[in-house]
Design a protein around this ligand. Structure first.
Ligand code: TNX
Length: 558
C-alpha cells in the first residue's frame, strides 16, 4: 500500500467538517464519503468465490472477475448465487455482491466492508455495486492493473468499512472525435478509464467543421464526404491523410452497449447551427449560399453555418436526430448551439424572410427560433436538449439543460448561476479550468504552447461546481460537470498526457463530498496513484511545471 502525507488535520484546523482519508490510508480516487479502517487484512486466494444475491448482479460480477484476471486467470473466481434464504453464518472467503442493503444506506450509496473473512459490497442497484467494485480494485495492490501480475504478488486488502455515494449525478468527460478521430478501441479505453474513477457520462462530440463522424443512413454523403479532410492541420501531424474516419451505426451501438455495461451513459452531440462545415461540404444546399465548400482544414470559429431560413435544413436536422435517437437511449441529446457567427444569415434572403415571417427582431432571435424548433422536436420524442450556455443569451429556457463553458463566475452573473435561477438544469465545464485541451503550464521547455490558457492540477481541483453565492435552494439544478477533451491539438496519442492527472481532480470534485476538500491531501493521493496509472498504461502529463522534466509530451514540439 502506498503511503502519503495526510493533511486532513490541516483541513480540520481550517474548520472543515469531515476529515479526508486517514493517515497512511488507502489511495482512493475519488475520495469516499466515509472510511473507517479496521484491524487486519483479507487476502484473495485460489478458493475465493464471487457470490451474487440476484441475477441482476451477474454482469457486475463478470466485470469484477475480468478485472481480477491478473490474479486468477480468465475463468476464476467462480460466480455463485447465494442460497435463498441466505445461510447463517455467511460463508467465508467470498466477495459478496448484494442488493439487500443496510437500512441507513443512502439511496444512491454503496457500503463496502472488508473483514479478515471476506468482502461484502452492498447497494440497492447494480450501478452502485459497480462503484463499490471500483473502490475494491483500488484497494488491491497496483499490480492488479498489469496485464500479467507478478507471480509472487500478494492480493491483500485492508479491513475497513466504507460508505460512499456520489455528490453529483452527471460526472462526465467530453471527447471531441470531430477534430481528431478516435478508433472504436480508443473510445472503449476512454470509457474504461472513466469507469475507474466513477464517471458516468461520455459526452461524445461527433460533428464538427473538420469532420462528421457518425453514419446517417438517409444522408450518406455526410460520411462519404464529411468524414475526411485534406490533411490534418495540426503541426504535429503534417502527414495527415485524407481518409474517411467515422463510426458506422453498428459501431455506435457497440460503443453504447460497452459503455452501458460500465454504467456510462453516452450523450451524443450533433452541433447546430454552427460548427457545421463538414455537413455543408457534404450537402452544400444546406448553407445560405449553396456554394461548394470543403471540409475545414483549420481550427477556429467558422462563418459558414446551416441556413436558418431553409425548410430543408430543419428537415435534415430532424432526420438526422431521428436516426441518432434510435442509436442512443440517452434522454439527453446535445445539440451544441455555441459559436454561430451571423454573417451569412445577414446576407441571406431566406434567413431575412424567416425573420420577417416569424416576427423576429434580428439574427440572434433567428437562432433562438431555430433552436426552439429542434428542442421542441426532441421533447415531442421524449428527449431533452442540452445546449452550450449561449442559449441563455437567446432567452431560451424551457426544458433545456445548459452547459456552462464560458467561465464559472459567482452568482448572479455566471451562466451556471443564471441558468439555475431560471430553474434550468446545469452542467458545469468551464474553460480553461475543466478544458483538458488547455496546456498544463505556460512555458514548455524549449518553446511555448501555442494555444489556450494554462490550467494545472490545482486549478482543476480548485473549481467548486456550485457557483459561489448561489442560493441553497438552487443547488439542486447543478447536475454535475464535465472535463472537456477538445482535440484540435490532441491526437489520440496525446489523450492521456492532457487528460491525466487533471481528470482525477474533476472526477473527485463530482463524486466526493465538498467537506474535507484539501489540495495537499488530494495531491498526495494523486502522486501515490501514479504507479498505478503506469500499470494501467496511462501516459499521464505534468501536474505542474516541475514535472515537465520527467513527463514528456508524446506530441513532440507544437
Ligand atoms: C471552444 S466549448 C469550443 C470548441 C473548441 C474549444 C477549444 C465550445 C462550446 N466551443 O469548439 O474546441 O473552445 O478549447
Amino acid at each position: 500500500m502506498k503511503r502519503f502525507i495526510n493533511l486532513a488535520l490541516l483541513a480540520f484546523g481550517l474548520g472543515a467538517a469531515a476529515p479526508a482519508l486517514a493517515a497512511d490510508g488507502p489511495v482512493l480516487i475519488p475520495r469516499p464519503q466515509k472510511l473507517e479502517m479496521k484491524e487486519g487484512t483479507f487476502t484473495l486466494n485460489a478458493q475465493t468465490a464471487i457470490y451474487i444475491r440476484t441475477e441482476e448482479l451477474r454482469p457486475v460480477a463478470e466485470y469484477l472477475r475480468a478485472a481480477l484476471a491478473p490474479i486468477f486467470g480468465a475463468n476464476a473466481p467462480e460466480i455463485k448465487r447465494t442460497p435463498n434464504p441466505a445461510p447463517a453464518p455467511a460463508p467465508d472467503n467470498i466477495i459478496l455482491l448484494s442488493n439487500r442493503t443496510p437500512e441507513n444506506l443512502a439511496p444512491e450509496g454503496y457500503a463496502l466492508t472488508i473483514s479478515p473473512k471476506g468482502i461484502n459490497i452492498r447497494a440497492r442497484s447494480a450501478e452502485q455495486i459497480f462503484y463499490g467494485v471500483q473502490t475494491l480494485l483500488q484497494l488491491l495492490p497496483d499490480a492488479i492493473e498489469s496485464k500479467t501480475a507478478p507471480a509472487d504478488a500478494k492480493w491483500t486488502v485492508p479491513c475497513l468499512n466504507i460508505t460512499d455515494q456520489p455528490r453529483f449525478s452527471h460526472r462526465a468527460l467530453l471527447l471531441d472525435c470531430g477534430r481528431h478521430f478516435f478508433s472504436v478501441d480508443e473510445v472503449k479505453r476512454v470509457i474504461d478509464l472513466m469507469a475507474r474513477y466513477k464517471m458516468n457520462v461520455l459526452h461524445w462530440h461527433l460533428t464538427e467543421d473538420q469532420g462528421w463522424r457518425i453514419e446517417i443512413k438517409k444522408y450518406p454523403r455526410l460520411t462519404e464526404v464529411g468524414s475526411s479532410r485534406m490533411g490534418e492541420n495540426s503541426k504535429m501531424y503534417p502527414d495527415g491523410k485524407s481518409k474517411p474516419a467515422f463510426y458506422t451505426q453498428d459501431q455506435v451501438r457497440e460503443i453504447v452497449a460497452y459503455a452501458a455495461s460500465r454504467f456510462v451513459k453516452v450523450v451524443p452531440e450533433i452541433e447546430m447551427p454552427g460548427h457545421a462545415q463538414a455537413a455543408l461540404a457534404s450537402y452544400p444546399e444546406l448553407s445560405c449560399t449553396g456554394a461548394p465548400i470543403e471540409v475545414s482544414t483549420h481550427w477556429g470559429v467558422h462563418k459558414d453555418v446551416y441556413c436558418a431560413g431553409n425548410e430543408k435544413v430543419l428537415q435534415f436536422q430532424k432526420d438526422v436526430l431521428t436516426e441518432v435517437m434510435d442509436l442512443f437511449p440517452s434522454k439527453e441529446i446535445h445539440i451544441g448551439g455555441d459559436e454561430c457567427p451571423k454573417d451569412r444569415w445577414q446576407a441571406c434572403p431566406k434567413c431575412q424572410a424567416r425573420i420577417k415571417a416569424e416576427g423576429l427582431k434580428d439574427e440572434k432571435e433567428l437562432q433562438s427560433w431555430f433552436i426552439r424548433q429542434i428542442t421542441g422536436f426532441l421533447s415531442d420524442h421524449g428527449r431533452r436538449a442540452i445546449c452550450w450556455d449561449e442559449v441563455l443569451e437567446e432567452g431560451l429556457h424551457e426544458g433545456i439543460v445548459v452547459q456552462e463553458w464560458r467561465g464559472h463566475k459567482p452568482a448572479p452573473e455566471g451562466s451556471a448561476a443564471k441558468a439555475a435561477a431560471f430553474k434550468m438544469d446545469v452542467i458545469v465545464s468551464p474553460a480553461p479550468t475543466w478544458y483538458l485541451d488547455m496546456p498544463m503550464v505556460k512555458d514548455k521547455k524549449g518553446g511555448k504552447y501555442t494555444w489556450g490558457r494554462p490550467a494545472n492540477l490545482a486549478d482543476a481541483y480548485a473549481l467548486e461546481p456550485i457557483p459561489q453565492g448561489l442560493a441553497p435552494e438552487l443547488h439542486k439544478y447543478i447536475l454535475g460537470g464535465e472535463g472537456c477533451v477538445w482535440t484540435e491539438h490532441i491526437a489520440p496519442v496525446r489523450f492521456d498526457y492532457f487528460t491525466f492527472p487533471r481528470v482525477l481532480a474533476i472526477a473527485e470534485n463530482l463524486w466526493s463530498p465538498a467537506e474535507g476538500k484539501a489540495f495537499a491531501e488530494f495531491y498526495g493521493r494523486v502522486k501515490a496513484h501514479y504507479p498505478r496509472l503506469e500499470r494501467m498504461g496511462v501516459n499521464y502529463g505534468p501536474a505542474f511545471a516541475e514535472d515537465l522534466k520527467t513527463r514528456q509530451d508524446p506530441g513532440g514540439e507544437l
